[in-house]
Design a protein around this ligand. Structure first.
Ligand SMILES: Nc1ncnc2c1ncn2[C@@H]1O[C@H](COP(=O)(O)OP(=O)(O)OP(=O)(O)O)[C@@H](O)[C@H]1O
Length: 237
């Protein structure tokens, strides 16, 4: 069967020669990246290599010092912490900033999709960590983004909840078809979720891997760990 490299032919984001610096310290230098609509990309890299900096630049949250970031529409971001407002009900949290007459209906639909359709009038304080992250996902979905940016959204969850969230996020991306970029430290999470896995080093994309049915997950895992510098033959820096 022929492979379909053009399966993600519409771009959710195109990054060209991106440069991002804090003062005179360059963190990202001439980085290029394209993510297609419906494509799920995971971004791995050692602590401090610039993953969150890249994600924030894609989200338009920070200024950039060179190159370009082209995103059709407004991206939605889910962070490690849910960032729900404690004084607003769940449906109001979900539709914050959304000026639509049918906001409550849209919140109900989004909360329904994450399994919390019966909690519209509940409060953030009554939620578990996993439920709060599901509300954060609903809040992202309600914006119907072409690009969904996920900055370690499962890192603070227990292992079982994290696995459930993996299934949910994968379904949501398949159903809504945004391009998705997931920043994570978890190699297995990246393998489970992503169509393509990028390894960032020193402010550029240094490696790219594609999980596939033909490639054994344990081989891919070893390749990724090596790319991250934590392979079995650990090299001294
Ligand atoms: N607001 C800031 N001001 C100055 N330097 C910053 C700022 N934010 C990040 N940095 C620096 O930029 C570099 C990249 O940080 P970034 O948070 O993007 O890394 P990361 O790969 O996401 O790390 P981690 O995996 O630990 O979250 C680091 O050296 C960090 O110290």
């Amino acid at each position: 069967m022929s492979r379909q490299p053009s399966a993600f032919h519409k771009s959710a984001v195109v990054v060209s020669n991106l440069r991002r610096a804090y003062g005179d310290r360059i963190v990202i230098d001439r980085l290029n990246l394209r993510i297609g609509e419906g494509e799920f990309v995971a971004l791995l890299g050692e602590s401090g290599c610039g993953k969150t900096t890249l994600l924030r630049a894609l989200a338009g949250l920070d200024p950039i010092q060179g190159g370009s970031v082209e995103v059709p529409g407004r991206p939605a971001v889910v962070f490690q912490e849910h960032r729900l407002l404690p004084w607003d009900t769940l449906w109001r949290n979900v539709t914050l900033g959304l000026r639509a007459a049918d906001a409550r209906e849209r919140a109900a639909a989004a909360l329904g999709e994450v399994g919390l359709g019966d909690r519209l009038d509940d409060w953030p304080r009554n939620l578990s960590g996993g439920q709060a992250q599901r509300v954060a996902l609903a809040r992202a979905l309600v914006q119907e983004p072409k690009l969904l940016l996920l900055d370690e959204p499962f890192a603070a969850l227990d292992a079982l909840t994290r696995i459930r969230m993996h299934g949910l996020v994968k379904d949501l991306v398949a159903r809504h078809h945004p391009g998705a970029l997931l920043v994570t430290h978890d190699v297995d999470e990246a393998i489970r979720l992503a169509d393509r896995i990028l390894v960032m080093r020193k402010g550029v994309i240094a490696d790219e891997h594609r999980p596939s049915a033909e490639k054994d997950a344990s081989v891919l895992r070893a390749d990724l760990l090596r790319a991250l510098g934590v392979g079995s033959e650990r090299e001294a820096a």
